[in-house]
Design a protein around this ligand. Structure first.
Ligand SMILES: Nc1nc2c(ncn2[C@@H]2O[C@H](COP(=O)(O)OP(=O)(O)OP(=O)(O)O)[C@@H](O)[C@H]2O)c(=O)[nH]1
Ligand SMILES: [Mg+2]
Ligand SMILES: [Zn+2]
Length: 343
C-alpha cells in the first residue's frame, strides 16, 4: 500500500530493501510450491517431462499449454531457476489430476522487462518478436513512447507504434505531424480505430505468423484490438475471465492468445509509469537514432546538449533537423536513470 501511494523514486533504501526481500521470499515460496505438490501427489502421479508453453501467470499458479492446446495449472519447482513468464517454453510434468509442475525454463530468444521499483524487475513477456506500443490519439504520452522504444531497443525487439482511437480525432494532420519524427527514424506508425475499423486489416496482416505483444497505458485500447482477432470464446477461456466483450475492462494479467491464422498476440496490463533497465544514462542516447548522428559532434566531449557553445545537437534543433521535444525526452530519461540508479 505504502509503495503505491508513494510512487516510484520516492522510496527509501530501507523500503527498497524490504520490497526486494518480499520478492525473493515470493519467488522462493513459489518454487517450494512445486516441490510440495510433487511430494504431496507422489512422483508416480506425474507423467514424463514434456515441453509446454506458458500462457499466463496468476499468483502461485502458471497456466501451461501442452502440444494439443490443453491447459494445466502448474506450480514451479525449485530446479526451475527463475519465474516463468508469458511466452516462456518450459519443461514440465502433468499430474493425473489436471495439475502439473514446471521443472525448467527453456532458453529465451528475447525478454521484455521493466523495473517496478529499485532492483525489482518485472518481465513482461519472453520470446516476443515484435512489440506494439499502443497510444490513444486523444492523449499520446510521448515520453512513455520514447521509454518503450529504448526498452525495445535494449531487448533487441522491433517496435511498431499503434495510434488507436483515431475516430475521436478531427484533424488527422495533427497526429501525422506528431509522429512524423518517428516515421523519419524508420519506425512504422499505424493509425487505427476499433470503432470505425481503420487500419485494422493492415495490422492483422502485419501480426500474422508473429509472436507479438500489446503494451501501453491503461485504457488505450489494447484489449479492444485483441478482441478484433481473437474470438469471444477464447477471450473467455483465457486469462481475462470476466471479459464482457464490450465496455471497460482492465487487464490484470499478461496472457497469450493464439491468432486464428498463425502466430500469437500477448495482451498486457496497462501501465502508468514505465521505468527502464539494462541501460545506463550514458548509453541511452544510442536508442535515439535521430539524435545519435549529432551527439558525437559537439565541441566538448562531455557536452550535455543544454546551453554549451558548439553543441551540434542544439544546432541541428535550430535548423529544424531534429525535434527539441526528443532531446528533452532523452534528458528526462537520463535524469530518471540517474535518480533510480537502474544500471
Ligand atoms: N473511441 C474509441 N474508443 C475505443 C477504441 N478502442 C478502444 N476504445 C475504448 O477504450 C476503452 C479502453 O479499452 P481497453 O481495450 O479496455 O483498453 P486497454 O488498453 O486494454 O486497457 P488496460 O487493460 O487497462 O490496459 C474501452 O471503453 C474501449 O471501448 C477506439 O478505437 N475508439
Ligand atoms: Mg486491457
Ligand atoms: Zn551537445
Amino acid at each position: 500500500m505504502i509503495r503505491k501511494k508513494m510512487g516510484e523514486g520516492h522510496l527509501t533504501q530501507r523500503q527498497k530493501g524490504q520490497i526486494a526481500h518480499t520478492e525473493r521470499k515470493r519467488s522462493e515460496s513459489m518454487a517450494t510450491h512445486g516441490d510440495a505438490l510433487l511430494h504431496c501427489l507422489g512422483r508416480e502421479s506425474f507423467g514424463p517431462e514434456e515441453e509446454g508453453l506458458v500462457i499466463a501467470h496468476f499468483g502461485l499458479n502458471i497456466e501451461v499449454e501442452d502440444g494439443q492446446g490443453e491447459r494445466f495449472r502448474c506450480a514451479v519447482r525449485k530446479s526451475s531457476t527463475g519465474e516463468p513468464v508469458c511466452g516462456d517454453r518450459v519443461l514440465w510434468m502433468r499430474a493425473d489430476n489436471g495439475q502439473g509442475v514446471i521443472n525448467r525454463i527453456l532458453p529465451r530468444q528475447s525478454l521484455l522487462q521493466r523495473p517496478l521499483t529499485g532492483q525489482r524487475l518485472q518481465v513482461i513477456a519472453a520470446n516476443v518478436q515484435r512489440i506494439w506500443v499502443v497510444f490513444a490519439a486523444t492523449e499520446p504520452n510521448m515520453g512513455l513512447l520514447d521509454r518503450y522504444l529504448v526498452a525495445a531497443g535494449v531487448a533487441g525487439i522491433e517496435a511498431v507504434i499503434l495510434v488507436n482511437k483515431m475516430d475521436l480525432v478531427d484533424d488527422v494532420a495533427v497526429i501525422e505531424a506528431r509522429f512524423a519524427p518517428y516515421r523519419q527514424m524508420g519506425y512504422q506508425v499505424m493509425l487505427l480505430s476499433t470503432v470505425d475499423k481503420r487500419g485494422l486489416p493492415e495490422l492483422a496482416q502485419a501480426m500474422q505468423g508473429l509472436i507479438s505483444v500489446l503494451v501501453g497505458e491503461s485504457g488505450t485500447g489494447k484489449s479492444s484490438l485483441l478482441a478484433e482477432w481473437v474470438s469471444a470464446e477464447s477471450l473467455k477461456i483465457g486469462a481475462v475471465s470476466q471479459w464482457s466483450g464490450k465496455g471497460r475492462h482492465t487487464t490484470t494479467v499478461t496472457s497469450w492468445y493464439h491468432l486464428p491464422g498463425g502466430g500469437a498476440l500477448i495482451d498486457s496490463p496497462g501501465i502508468r509509469e514505465f521505468g527502464l533497465c539494462g541501460v545506463t544514462a550514458a548509453e541511452v542516447g544510442r536508442y535515439f537514432p535521430d539524435l545519435l548522428p549529432w551527439m558525437g559532434r559537439c565541441r566538448f566531449n562531455d557536452c550535455r546538449h543544454a546551453a554549451e557553445p558548439g553543441c551540434a545537437v542544439q544546432e541541428a534543433i535550430a535548423r529544424g533537423e531534429v525535434s527539441a521535444e526528443r532531446l528533452q525526452s532523452l534528458q528526462r530519461i537520463q535524469e530518471s536513470l540517474l535518480q533510480e540508479r537502474i544500471y
